[in-house]
Design a protein around this ligand. Structure first.
Ligand code: ASP
Length: 370
């Protein structure tokens, strides 16, 4: 193992399982020093030669521009002995691809909202996750998708719930934010918006539905239980990002719960419940038992604790998840602040998750003990 890899793995393994935080070094760490040489006066010679061409002095007084990105692909009963090596590898590759896509946007000076969208699109297109392609089936066998995005710089937000045709619901949510006077569009209206804005559409059977999700739905139909995910594997996807301007954003996308009825909407597209971003505090994307996350207002509650009491993100997230669990709800969150804290917390056995930043750190993980 190279020294760099060793240092990297020591850094992360030293963190406690179920609640880990990645903290950036101080922003002014690279500030250059003025030396006596740079200010010394030199006597001119009697016959002054032509002065040499000037080398302009440049001192960058701004802190280095830095960015960060954290993603999740759902929390739940994710245990090593129930996972095949192929699936484990495919999930990790998808998480890495999402980090790369979002990281590319941020590294080239793009906005946190664009990075969140880019990362989530990769996960929506991957059938392993319960979002976009591969989303779970509702009670009537249809696929109804929810997504939200929020910009922490001005707290603008956009969301769709129960949309059926948007190939990438996060893009639809983003357009609601930028191209409509509203925050949340639902059902047929959201589908109309997608068509009207010329967003890419996809077929229920031809694109969204996968044999694996159909099989789960058939199992669900036999059992006829509702309100909980069949496998307690949530599979919702989300991202939080900080761009080089220091702004944060959050986004979440999901198919909700297998067998959901009556136009059920979970926490993911609800601003303040599953998704929230505010430059004054942090950005949060959640995954878990939506009904409980709505009741607690998980994402906003974490941001409020950080803003009003100055709490660090992991204790704040843990306190809010404990409160949610006391009511009966489980799940996890990813959190990131404008001042460089990045982290996650979950109270399920595992959570698909990853993080990457401009200092070169990158990590993906699945199980609680890694
Ligand atoms: N929170 C989502 C919902 O309730 C489910 C999930 O996280 O997978 O719709």
């Amino acid at each position: 193992m190279t020294l760099r890899l060793l240092a990297f793995s020591l850094f992360f393994t030293a963190l406690p399982a179920f609640a880990q935080v990645v903290a950036d070094p101080p922003l002014d760490a690279a500030a250059p020093e003025l030396t006596p040489e740079s200010t010394r006066l030199v006597e001119p010679p009697v016959t002054a030669p032509e002065p040499p061409a000037q080398v302009p002095l440049q001192i960058d007084i701004d802190p280095p521009k830095r960015w960060g990105l954290v993603i999740h692909g759902g929390a739940g009963v994710l245990e090593k002995d129930k996972m095949t090596p192929e699936k484990d590898a495919a999930i990790r590759a998808a998480l890495k691809a999402a980090l790369d896509a979002g990281g590319k946007v941020l590294a080239s000076g793009g906005s946190a909202t664009d990075a969140v969208e880019a990362a989530i699109v990769i996960l929506e297109d991957d059938p392993h996750f319960n979002a976009g392609r591969g989303a779970v089936l509702a009670a009537d066998g249809s696929i109804a998708l929810d997504a939200a995005i929020m910009d922490g710089s001005d707290r603008k937000a956009g969301a769709v719930a129960g949309v059926h045709i948007a190939k990438n619901p996060i893009r639809a949510a983003h357009r609601v934010m930028t191209d409509s006077p509203h925050v949340l569009l639902t059902g047929m209206g959201a589908d109309d918006f997608v068509k009207e804005k010329g967003l890419e559409t996809a077929d229920q059977k031809g694109w969204f539905e996968t044999p694996e999700r159909l099989r789960k739905w058939e199992e669900w139909r036999k059992e006829q239980f509702s309100g909980v995910d069949v496998e307690r594997k949530f599979g919702t996807v989300g991202a939080v990002a900080r761009d080089m301007e220091g702004h944060v954003a959050a986004g979440t996308s999901t198919g909700g719960l297998t067998g959901k009825k009556w136009g059920r909407v979970g926490d993911s597209p609800l601003i303040g419940a599953g998704t929230y971003a505010d430059d004054r505090s942090c950005a949060v994307s959640a995954t878990g038992d939506g009904e409980y996350f709505i009741r607690v207002g998980v994402a906003h509650e974490i941001c409020a604790r950080v803003r009003l009491s100055g709490e660090k993100i992991v204790p704040a997230a843990r306190a809010v998840l404990d409160e949610t669990k006391a009511l009966g709800g489980e799940g996890g969150v990813i959190v990131l602040t404008p001042d460089g804290q990045m982290g996650w917390s979950f109270n399920t056995p595992g959570m698909y998750r990853g993080g990457k930043d401009s200092t070169g750190r990158e990590r993906v993980a699945i199980y609680g003990d890694e």
